[in-house]
Design a protein. Structure first.
Lengths: 96, 138
């Protein structure tokens, strides 16, 4: 059984490695992101968003929908804490 | 179980530090546009200031300043601010979260500041609620 787990892990990992070979080299100036998206952000960000910080502009404006659901993930974490660890409503002694 | 510390030095120094940490957290949120920072980072700093109070002085110190009942209100309020700004843009006739139509000066700048504030409030309240609920759990 243990051999089966090893086999599964190695095969899956091998496929992932094989897939990663197709990715462009890090920082390759001719890769698709570096020829289309990045120059547009770098050149037009101040004109389009009025914000000098490139990272914030991408995070909050171009990718605003993504960030909204990142916030929702944090929100879900808080709700889960309430559901799992919260006590039923009852009168408690006041602390502090 | 966490025991309350009786060290005067630890309690005094941490209570002295907390306002400065919170000022820095607000600074990180507000200057997320022009320097490194933003809602997530600033919210974590604000939440950590409350956790420092709790670690130094016991859970009661945190509950005094951030009641458990209010935690979930703040967690929801942040997401509500974020989504509310998105829907406000929708009502004003643009796409969801397209801040350009907000009727204020520098609409995109201020819209981004609004959503960073929402993110900060949510992250801060979640940090504090993690601490309060985990410590209170027995």
């Amino acid at each position: 059984m243990k051999a089966l787990y090893w086999l599964l892990t190695l095969v899956t990992g091998g496929f992932l490695m094989y897939g990663a070979l197709d990715m462009p080299r890090f920082g390759d100036p001719n890769s698709a992101p570096n020829t289309h998206v990045s120059p547009r952000y770098i050149e037009d960000v101040l004109k389009e968003t009025e914000v000098p910080n490139l990272v914030t502009a991408v995070l909050a404006d171009y990718r605003g929908f993504d960030t909204m659901f990142e916030t929702t993930v944090v929100f879900a974490a808080g709700i889960s804490v309430l559901l799992i660890l919260g006590k039923p409503r009852r009168k408690k002694e006041s602390e502090g | 179980m966490i025991h309350q510390q009786d060290s005067v030095i630890v309690r005094t120094i941490s209570r002295f530090l907390v306002p400065f940490i919170q000022c820095f957290g607000l600074y990180v949120i507000m200057h997320g546009h022009s320097s490194p920072g933003g809602g997530f980072q600033g919210g974590v700093i604000l939440g950590a200031s409350f956790i420092l109070l709790g670690v130094a002085g016991g859970l009661g110190e945190v509950k005094l300043r951030f009641p458990t009942k209010l935690l979930m209100v703040f967690v929801s309020l942040g997401v509500l601010i974020y989504g509310g700004i998105g829907f406000l843009c929708l009502l004003l006739g643009a796409n969801f979260l397209n801040y350009g139509v907000l009727p204020i000066s520098l609409p995109r700048y201020m819209g981004m500041f609004g959503i960073e504030l929402g993110v900060g409030i949510t992250v801060m309240a979640v940090m504090v609620s993690l601490y309060e609920y985990l410590v209170d759990f027995d």
